[in-house]
Ligand binder design. Structure first.
Ligand code: HH2
Length: 281
């Protein structure tokens, strides 16, 4: 299983990638405001790379439930200095830009980003062309509605079947618009328009999203459905143990990319889960 991200080709046949999160935002659900300052964001990026991140996902817009869209110009004002400095220090680092704006994605690709993480799965019509022209990796995620509206209706008949069929259709749309199939990864969008039970069910049934042969990315890190299960009512930073359990389940189920806040710990959890998966064959 190959995931092509411009000049970097990941062979994920027997490998799991850990994607470290850098939120250059004032309001992200777990670390809002901590890395809005470019110096803090760059330092965070270096820390995550040193901790073993295979790639970094850098975003300037929170998509937590209820959040409003951030204009592309403001996203770029936050991202530009951070991308430029990381690229200057570490041109080898694989950088992903977490944006639903084709304009922001195009600018980030111009600064050397190798992946576009689009939580709207090509909601902006111009996005597919931007990604296709660059040969970048593309993450297509399932979400119902927008971050502002997504938690209004979280009922599904069969959440896993609906998500799988949506992702198949977005993969087909991406290919029809010129994106190479081997550049695409699929993501069920844990917490995006799902109840806590729906998120848990998706996590438990990730293997059912693998029919297309594309790598599955899972973002369960610190999310609120974990706190519902553990009964913790503290801040999201306290959800490490629960997040590691979710990461191990995801890998055991065949996920190939883990989007996480706690990289050093997840690298170790993923190694154990990957080794167990190989031993079970
Ligand atoms: N989750 C978040 C943001 N982007 N992208 C993908 N592909 N999958 C996810 O599960 C996902 C995502 C939410 O996490 P975070 O970035 O920490 O929070 P916020 O959106 O509040 O910035």
């Amino acid at each position: 299983m190959i995931w092509r991200c411009r000049d970097v080709v990941h062979d994920l046949t027997d490998r799991v990638l850990v994607m470290g999160i850098v939120n250059v935002t004032p309001d992200s659900f777990s670390d809002g405001g901590r890395y809005l300052d470019p110096d803090a964001a760059v330092e965070r990026a270096h820390r995550l790379l040193a901790d073993g991140a295979d790639l970094l996902d850098i975003g300037a817009e929170s998509t937590r439930p209820g959040s409003a869209a951030v204009p592309p110009a403001e996203q770029w004002r936050r991202l530009a200095p951070v991308l430029a400095r990381i690229r200057g220090d570490r041109p080898d680092a694989v950088l992903s830009v977490d944006t639903r704006s084709a304009d922001v994605a195009e600018r980030a690709l111009g600064e050397g980003a190798r992946v576009v993480n689009d939580v709207t799965a090509l909601g902006e019509p111009a996005m597919a062309g931007v990604v296709a022209r660059s040969g970048a990796g593309l993450v297509l995620m399932h979400m119902r509605g927008t971050p502002e509206t997504m938690q209004r209706d979280t009922t599904y008949g069969d959440v896993t079947a609906e998500v799988a069929s949506y992702l198949e259709s977005r993969l087909a749309a991406a290919e029809a618009a010129g994106v190479r199939r081997e550049c695409v990864a699929l993501d069920p969008g844990i917490g995006f328009g799902k109840s806590a039970g729906g998120s848990l069910e998706l996590l438990a049934r990730i293997s059912e999203l693998s029919a297309s042969g594309r790598p599955v990315l899972v973002g369960a890190s610190r999310k609120s459905f974990l706190a519902r299960l553990t009964g913790d009512d503290g801040p999201p930073e306290g959800r490490l143990a629960a997040s590691l359990a979710a990461a191990a389940i995801a890998v055991w189920q065949g996920a190939r990319i883990l989007r996480v806040h706690d990289v050093a710990e997840t690298v170790r959890a993923a190694r154990v889960a990957s080794a167990a998966r190989r031993a079970a064959r």
